[in-house]
Design a protein around this ligand. Structure first.
Ligand code: AMP
Length: 279
């Protein structure tokens, strides 16, 4: 596995992999790698891609400087995980290399999908995501790019970005990975105490409760909110939406839908989602 920091080396090595006849499988991450990230690398390897993992805590997608400062960083362990998972190239660019003009950089506007949920609660977040992902796509060049369903709204934004701006990138969604108790794996879980972790299970329990019944969208949303509140989660949202457009569903809607939940436990913002059936 090669490890590089410079954009010109990253660009040239990705180009070299393609010239050698491989499809490049891009796995963008913010580090603090865990089994969720590993699932993305495994998915790329299963398809035979040459795997390029990027590790960059993108300051432009944090609306809260304190959240950025607290974001977990485990570069030595990340190197080991990427190596063991069989990555071909690990890219760790500096903020100066990625954003030489800092806050004055050109920004990609993420569009309508970004206005609700995470976008409403974290102003500018998805513009920061769209901007950095656009840059990863440009420097990496034509590739398949693997994103987790853990960040379901982000996956929708990235699919729209690739389609709307015409990147030569196939976006692949990878199923959400959970701990055995149901908690969605997240780098942020490291910041929870044992009691906080137990409360955080309210999110996955809410989704399981909603998946266990077929009911109108608003009833499922209400059911999830109650389960989360009972568990001690400060609810940000609990809603059932169209799985492709994330548009709200009225109570006449029937069929497959997506439940999205977010909440705060011990000051840590957590998100989760899963498939449900409305009717
Ligand atoms: P992050 O480092 O949190 O920005 O995540 C990098 C990528 O890993 C994103 O595409 C995430 O959706 C994905 N990811 C993070 N956690 C999980 C998980 N529990 N299951 C599946 N994918 C995940």
């Amino acid at each position: 596995m090669r490890v590089v920091k410079r954009l010109d080396e990253w660009r040239a090595l990705a180009e070299g992999l393609r010239r050698g006849g491989r499809t490049v499988g891009l796995v963008p991450t913010m580090g603090a790698l865990h089994a969720g990230h590993r699932a993305l690398i495994d998915a790329a390897r299963r398809r035979g891609d040459a795997v390029v993992v990027t590790l960059f805590v993108n300051p432009r997608q944090f609306d809260d400087p304190a959240d950025l400062a607290r974001y977990p960083r485990t570069p030595a362990a990340d190197l080991v995980l990427a190596l063991e998972a069989g990555a071909d190239l690990l890219v760790e660019p500096t903020a100066e290399a990625m954003w030489p003009r800092g806050d004055r950089s050109v920004t990609v506007s993420a569009g309508d999908l970004a206005r609700r949920f995470e976008g409403r609660d974290r102003p500018g977040h998805f513009d920061g995501v769209a901007s950095v992902v656009a840059k990863l796509f440009v420097v990496t060049g034509p590739c398949r790019a693997y994103f987790g369903e853990k960040d379901y709204q982000q996956l929708c934004v990235v699919r729209a970005l690739a389609a709307d701006l015409g990147f030569d990138v196939e976006v692949v969604g990878v199923p959400l990975q959970r701990d055995p108790d149901g908690l969605a794996l997240s780098s942020r879980n490291a910041r929870l105490s044992p009691t906080g972790r137990a409360r955080a299970l309210g999110l996955s329990r809410a989704l399981a409760a909603a998946a266990a019944e077929v009911a109108p969208a608003s009833a499922l949303g209400e059911r999830m909110r109650v389960v989360m509140e009972d568990a001690g989660v400060e609810v940000a949202y609990a809603e059932v939406v169209d799985p492709a457009t994330l548009a709200p569903l009225d109570d006449a809607a029937a069929g497959p839908a997506r439940a999205l939940v977010a909440g705060v436990v011990e000051g840590v913002r957590l998100i989760d989602n899963g498939p449900v059936e409305v009717g």
